[in-house]
Design a protein around this ligand. Structure first.
Ligand code: KG4
Ligand code: ZN
Length: 332
């Protein structure tokens, strides 16, 4: 079965072709970051218009990359939510129009399920069951994953997502948008011990997270500095990153302990963070659990994870033509 995947929930247009026998045949991403940078965040209307411009050329590029034609496609999967309503509608319309014209079914995919299953595209792929830490710009959740569609939320953020905290703190430090990768790069030059930042909810008795206080602590720290020279910026970045990574890692260990599971999967944009990966790899060695990550280029939004999730969910496919998007949508 050949599944075309379409992702358009935010500021990346992602298109991919996944074959249930041969694996991922092609994937193409267009990031709108440069377009939104001057506004300091995603402008929904601009995002929708750009998805319209990109979706079909990227589909053609995927077909060319894989040597397939439209007629080879057996089903079309698209992100139906959560995300920006207008942006989601572009992907939903393209998916339904293509599927309708080909007489093939469509599969509406939850964006977070795409992220959650993306480590299964790596080699080696994790076996079920596993603990998944989903850390993106919009979500921070710990889940027990027992199979496709069997997701139990163990804990989640009570306020900001980890990626959101990275982005907001980066903005306070004048590092632009989206600041996560820039903050993490600058942190490499910093001394994490110069400033002491809080570890919110580190010792709470549950698996929930809170990151808005950390962002406020960064704000206070920044406003206290007479001069924000590059070294001070780097030191704040390092202290911030260390705090986030410590909280995320400790909660992952607690989730493994609580469930007795020994496999951990990291998904979502913040999963690209090098310090988080290094910390978890070290803990995995010491405590004898396995940790899995998606391929680096599939950590942030992409069509491959949607095509893959679509292939797993084909039994829920519906005929093309009638669709709705769900800008707000809980995974379990
Ligand atoms: O999964 P994703 O592409 O989009 C959402 O569904 O939100 O994640 C984007 C988030 C942004 O907040 C971005 O700053 C963060 O992931 N991010 C990082 C890194 N790369 C991306 N945060 C920390 N370190 C990174 N290396
Ligand atoms: Zn995402």
């Amino acid at each position: 079965m050949l599944v075309l995947g379409i992702e358009s929930s935010c500021d990346e247009t992602g298109i991919a072709l996944y074959d249930t026998e041969a694996g991922l045949l092609a994937h193409q991403i267009h990031s709108q970051i440069a377009m939104h940078t001057e506004y300091g965040g995603v402008v929904p209307e601009l995002a929708s218009r750009d998805h319209i411009r990109r979706a079909l050329p990227l589909t053609s590029a995927c077909l060319a990359e894989s040597g397939k034609t439209l007629a080879d496609i057996d089903a079309v999967a698209y992100t139906a939510g959560p995300g920006l309503a207008g942006a989601l509608l572009v992907g939903a319309s393209v998916a339904n129009a293509l599927a309708f014209s080909l007489g093939k079914p469509v599969v509406a995919i939850h964006h977070l399920e795409g992220h959650l299953l993306s480590p299964l595209l790596a080699d080696p792929a994790p076996q079920f069951p596993f603990i998944a830490l989903l850390v993106s710009g919009g979500h921070t959740q710990l889940m027990a994953v027992r199979g496709i569609g069997q997701y139990e939320i163990l804990g989640e953020t009570v306020d900001d997502a980890a990626g959101e905290a990275f982005d907001k703190s980066a903005k306070l430090l004048g590092l632009g948008y989206p600041g996560g990768p820039a903050l993490s790069k600058l942190a490499e030059l910093g001394d994490a011990k110069r400033f002491n930042l809080p570890r919110p909810m580190l010792h709470s008795s549950n698996l929930d997270f809170s990151f808005s206080g950390l962002k406020t602590a960064v704000l206070q720290l920044v406003s206290k500095q007479d001069e924000l020279d590059v070294q001070t910026q780097a030191d704040i970045c390092a202290a911030f990153q260390e705090a986030v990574v410590e909280v995320l890692s400790k909660k992952c260990l607690a989730a493994l302990k609580q469930t007795g599971m020994n496999r951990l999967v990291i998904a979502g944009g913040v999963g690209a963070n090098k310090q988080l990966r290094a910390g978890l790899d070290a803990a995995a060695k010491k405590r004898r659990f396995e940790v899995f990550y998606p391929p680096l280029e599939l950590c942030t939004d992409n069509g491959a994870m949607i095509a893959f999730a679509g292939a797993q969910r084909l039994k829920f496919a519906t005929p093309a033509g009638s669709y709705a998007v769900q800008p707000r949508w809980d995974l379990s």
